[in-house]
Design a protein around this ligand. Structure first.
Ligand code: P6P
Length: 350
């Protein structure tokens, strides 16, 4: 067969994974990983279709119950959670699932190697106002023996053990951005074909970093170190920064990755742990950020080194261009050392 029919000029996600399988973190389970990513793609397309017509179908508004976080569950939250779980369970591609929408982890197929953790629809408060939302996912190789039921320790691994991580951004176009340990790559959905094609190869933070993303409505509750950083953003000698805050982590992260910047969800006087979840928000985004040349900390310690203790534990998050994250860390250590949470909760070096 002539080569011209062999390789797509623009590979789709599955072809890209196969073409780069030797760069997958050495799990020896490439076929299983490909089936897992295929399940994620399918669920993402189904959720995307519902989000695109949410204004039409009776699917807006609260679902009338609350999730483990005590947050009002939106119908699309519930729908997205169900569709991702269904895709993973029907294809039996994981041994367990941890999701923001369920109190405990879900046992699936004990004879498989990976666990998946996810926020099925992050930014859900934006759903009814037609602002971009996203799915965030994180994949680990299990620690417990294959053939036995999945265990809690399989989910409570430090973020640096991740085999793959990514997000789906349901925006003006639908993108799947992923890392398997060899850089960050973006795939854009061609809705006419239902296929994600490689559109952003090897995404890297640009040298320029002039955007900060934070809910300044919480300013008075921020620690002094954050206030000092905001003051520098307001009157930096190179001119003021731009404040961009969508209220959707995936959207703010994605823009900052493309244009350079930092997203912060700091601790506040009311809540020293911030709002975001370590296992299925901070860790996957931190893996992506570092793979793209950025940084992710809690203001003091590397997110990926934190040893989790609970499935739904929260953590402050400073993530994006390395020089901005480093500056925030420096100011937090200088002005707000009492805010350090994880000095005694860091995973021992491998
Ligand atoms: P606030 C969405 O609920 C989310 O988890 C992130 O996606 C977003 O960045 C943040 O919370 C917004 O929180 O308190 O600023 O409205």
């Amino acid at each position: 067969m002539s080569m011209e029919h062999m390789a797509q000029p623009i590979p789709e996600l599955g072809e890209f994974i196969i073409a780069n399988k030797d760069k997958l973190r050495n799990t020896g389970q490439e076929a299983e990983m490909n089936r897992l990513l295929t399940a994620i793609k399918l669920a993402a397309k189904v959720v995307n279709r519902e989000i695109n017509k949410a204004g039409l179908a009776d699917i807006l508004g609260a679902a009338g119950n609350q999730n483990v976080q005590g947050e009002e569950q939106q119908k699309l939250d519930v729908f997205a959670n169900h569709k991702f779980i269904q895709a993973l369970v029907n294809r039996e591609v994981v041994c367990g699932i941890c999701t923001e929408e369920d109190d405990d982890f879900i046992e699936v197929n004990k004879d498989t190697h990976f666990v998946m953790l996810m926020d099925p629809l992050d930014g859900s408060s934006n759903i009814d106002v037609n602002v971009s939302v996203g799915t965030i996912f994180s994949i680990y190789q299990r620690l417990s023996p294959v053939g036995s039921p999945v265990e809690r320790r399989d989910f409570l691994q430090p973020g640096r053990n991740q085999i793959a991580a990514g997000y789906v951004l349901y925006g003006s176009s639908t993108m799947l951005v992923i890392t398997t340990g060899d850089g960050v790559h973006g795939f854009t959905l061609d809705p006419s074909l239902g296929t994600f094609f490689l559109s952003h190869r090897n995404m890297r933070y640009p040298a320029k970093a002039r955007i900060y993303s934070v809910n300044e409505g919480n300013y008075r509750a921020f620690p002094e170190g954050i206030k000092q950083f905001l003051a520098e953003c307001h009157d930096d000698e190179a001119g003021p920064f731009s404040l961009r805050y969508i209220g959707s982590l995936v959207s703010d992260f994605h823009r900052n990755l493309l244009q350079g910047g930092i997203y912060m969800y700091p601790p506040t006087k009311k809540d020293k742990k911030g709002k975001l979840r370590l296992l299925y928000e901070a860790n996957p985004m931190a893996y992506l950020a570092e793979q793209a040349g950025g940084r992710a900390t809690d203001g003091f310690d590397r997110i990926l080194d934190i040893q989790p203790s609970e499935l739904h534990q929260r953590v402050p998050l400073m993530i994006g261009s390395a020089k901005l994250v480093d500056r925030v860390d420096q100011l937090m250590r200088q002005h707000s050392p009492d805010c350090r949470l994880h000095a005694n909760q860091l995973a021992p070096a491998n």
